[in-house]
Design a protein around this ligand. Structure first.
Ligand SMILES: *[C@@H]1O[C@H](CO)[C@@H](O)[C@H](O)[C@H]1NC(C)=O
Ligand SMILES: *[C@@H]1O[C@H](CO)[C@@H](O)[C@H](O)[C@H]1NC(C)=O
Length: 194
């Protein structure tokens, strides 16, 4: 009887401890970042929009950092409605949104790399989210490729038209030659009985 009583208490204790821990985890995890797209591919001069959905129990502070193989620098830090501090190099190209999202316009090849968003709440809890940006230099190549393929297509059409015309001419010649060749024979066979 006594051991069963203790066992029941043990189970109860464990349950309380577990729910308390879960509760603590829930309180500690007040910051969360969601994003549909963690990888973007854009061309030079295009814009990139790093879209995030942040949930935070109080006013969050956003910090965007750029990282590539050679550099790591802060793009900007802001707290909606409190302050916005965009690094000078980026001030003309970056737009800080209230929901933590960031737009980067007029992309350059050097913009390719990793973008990390750090969201910190008032009590110091923070979460990170990473994004990869690829910047292609395809715009000019695309136009070149298009004009080259258009020229090739034009050549092919010309060749096709020429061969059709030649075939038509050859067919007419053969037909005429056949007619000429058959005519005397017909005349001869028709003339014979006479
Ligand atoms: C964040 O804000 C920007 C600009 O107001 C908006 O275009 C974008 O859709 C928002 N993103 C989300 C996930 O709500
Ligand atoms: C803005 O950010 C830069 C770079 O992170 C920092 O050096 C500067 O002190 C900040 N300025 C303000 C007013 O917070």
């Amino acid at each position: 009887m006594l051991t069963l009583h203790f066992r029941l208490w043990d189970v109860y204790d464990v349950a309380v401890l577990l729910s308390f821990t879960l509760c603590m985890c829930h309180i500690a995890g007040t910051v969360s970042i969601q994003s549909d797209q963690h990888s973007l591919t854009r061309s030079v001069q295009e814009d990139a929009f790093f879209s995030v959905n942040v949930t935070c129990s109080d006013i969050p502070t956003f910090r965007w950092t750029f990282m590539s193989s050679s550099v790591s620098r802060t793009i900007g830090t802001w707290q909606p409605g409190v302050f916005t501090n965009i690094t000078e190099d980026y001030s003309s190209r970056v737009r800080a949104h209230r929901n933590g999202s960031m737009s980067l316009s007029d992309l350059r090849l050097q913009d390719a790399g990793y973008y990390v968003l750090t969201v910190t709440d008032v009590s110091g809890n923070s979460k990170d989210a990473g994004f990869v940006l690829k910047v292609n230099e395809v715009l000019f190549e695309d136009i070149q490729y298009l004009s080259v393929s258009a020229a090739a297509l034009g050549c092919l059409t010309g060749l096709l038209m020429l061969s059709v015309w030649l075939m038509n001419k050859a067919y007419k010649k053969i037909a005429a030659w056949r007619r000429r060749k058959q005519m005397p024979e017909n005349d001869a066979t028709e003339l014979q009985p006479l």
